[in-house]
Design a protein. Structure first.
Length: 319
């Protein structure tokens, strides 16, 4: 069902890497406030955008047509993610975790004992979801919970030294959960056995957004200041470089895709060669998402504006 809303502007920016020319298409955007979060579905057919506390809306877009296909009401959607099987969309914020069935639109709430949910991550089989949140009345002492997607039952609960878990990711085999902190403790990464709650390793002088390589051998931790690459679970630092940015995904060729807040720059970094292969510059500034199937970057440019960038060529994504 197509949802009809008051339209703002969605900018589609197609970048030709060989010529450096840009083509802008003006498309409708249904947000009336600042967009706070973005996430592509696993096959890249849907882009979800959340507006945080400024607007009670989480919108779904058909990336083939640019049309808004659904909207979900939520007070805040500061962090959102699709399940790996594409069946669910999850949002974390002040209301705990909210889950939507993509096919039916049915919603359910997973309460995390109150407190603000700063980060969420699905297991690779989409059967469980992890969350990092601050329990009420305990100050800034973070807690991690693992819940069943089907029942909401807690199957794991543990705490570490990080005050607010702002990024988390499961290894491909779901045997490791990596977590990192926010502005209060930006230089800590903790590795957990998510099923026993055992702390496996702690990395200092690191933090930011997290990725684990497809083969499960490497942890990538990146912020605006630096990007670090570790072997896991041993924790050997094999690369550390400045101003590479926050990692958001891998290309099919295995390059790390990263961005710098407010830098209007996306960086493609070779994990194998440990060097920057190329950069893209465009009019966007906050919260990137990457679709590896179609080599498309999404980012937030301004109030009510989203930029989609073809990271390979100038093929038009919408007609």
């Amino acid at each position: 069902m197509i949802v009809i809303r008051k339209f703002f502007i969605l900018i589609l920016l197609i970048s030709n890497l060989s010529s450096g020319q840009n083509v802008k298409l003006m498309l409708p955007s249904g947000h009336t406030g600042y967009v706070r979060s973005l996430s592509f579905s696993p096959d890249g057919s849907i882009l979800a955008s959340g507006a945080g506390v400024t607007e009670d809306a989480l919108l779904l877009w058909d990336t083939r047509t640019g049309r808004e296909i659904n909207s979900f009401k939520i007070y805040d959607a500061d962090n959102i993610t699709f399940s790996p099987n594409g069946n669910f969309l999850a949002a974390g914020g002040s209301s705990g975790i909210r889950l939507w069935d993509i096919k039916t639109g049915e919603a359910k709430s997973l309460q995390n004992e109150g407190g603000w949910v700063y980060s969420i991550a699905f297991t690779s089989d989409s059967k469980h979801i992890a969350s990092g949140f601050d329990p009420p009345g305990q100050g800034y002492l973070h807690k991690i919970q693992i819940r069943s997607v089907a029942t909401g039952q807690i199957v794991g609960s543990f705490s570490g030294k990080i005050q607010s878990v702002c990024s988390m990711v499961f290894s491909p085999a779901d045997s490791i959960l990596a977590t990192s902190g926010g502005i209060d403790d930006p230089d800590i990464v903790e590795l957990w056995n998510p099923w026993s709650g055992r702390l496996i390793n702690t990395f200092t002088n690191s933090g930011g957004d997290l990725l684990i390589s497809v083969d499960g051998k490497y942890l990538i931790a990146g912020s605006n200041e630096r990007l670090n690459i570790y072997t896991i679970p041993e924790g050997q630092l094999i690369y550390s470089g400045a101003t590479i940015g926050r990692p958001v995904g891998f290309t099919k060729e295995g390059e790390i895709v990263a961005y710098i807040d407010n830098g209007k720059t996306a960086i493609f970094f070779s994990l194998e060669e440990k060097e920057i292969k190329r950069t893209l510059h465009f009019d966007a500034w906050y919260k990137f998402a990457y679709d590896s199937n179609n080599n498309v970057l999404a980012s937030i440019a301004d109030k009510g504006k989203i930029v989609l960038l073809d990271a390979v060529n100038s093929d038009v994504l919408y007609t």
